[in-house]
Design a protein around this ligand. Structure first.
Ligand code: 16G
Length: 167
């Protein structure tokens, strides 16, 4: 239900109506041919991911019910994936066996900037994680993206830092 948040969208868009010639839906295997993996290259290094690799990973995610939510926005005119976001649900013991949402790999293709699609993807994932009952939902992002995420109600949490060890 986007009725409470729709005010933030001008013009008004929603998951059902993301914009002219656009649809929003869960990722499906045929999205490899629609450029899903190519789109991810606009976010970070992806490397070689063959169709077989993609299908294998897709199946392994599907095999974990209620854990991976992958959403895409497709431009039906050109039949290409133009936006995508992932939410992973983590099962915890803390907070009375709660779940926590992690929003990952949010990307909108360069040509589709300024259509509020990133906002729509993140807002959808936030709504979904709230609906699922997550006690919190987090993401990590570049400094330059902090204002973008802040307008969606996310904020850096004082005293909490994002730590990483790369391999
Ligand atoms: C950003 C992404 C994160 C992604 C990472 C890739 C969002 C909200 N954050 O931080 O999900 O995994 O970039 O960067 O989309 P890396 O390749 O340097 O890990």
């Amino acid at each position: 239900d986007f009725s409470s948040t729709n005010a933030k969208f001008n013009p008004k868009i929603s998951p059902e109506h993301p914009g002219e010639n656009l649809i929003m839906r869960p990722l499906c295997p045929a999205d490899y041919a629609r450029g899903f993996v190519e789109l991810l290259r606009q976010l970070t290094k992806v490397g070689d991911v063959s169709q077989e690799d993609f299908i294998a990973r897709y199946k392994s995610m599907k095999a974990c019910p209620d854990t991976y939510y992958l959403v895409v926005i497709v431009d039906v005119n050109v039949d290409r994936v133009v936006g995508a976001a992932t939410m992973a649900i983590e099962n915890k013991f803390i907070h009375r066996c709660a779940t926590r949402g992690r929003i990952e790999d949010v990307v909108v293709c360069n040509e589709m900037r300024g259509k509020q699609l990133g906002k729509l993807l993140v807002e959808t994932m936030l709504k979904l994680s709230e609906y699922i009952g997550c006690y919190k939902t987090t993401l990590d992002c570049k400094d330059a993206m902090i204002p973008f995420y802040q307008q969606l109600g996310l904020h850096p949490e004082p005293g909490n830092n994002f730590m990483v060890k790369r391999f």
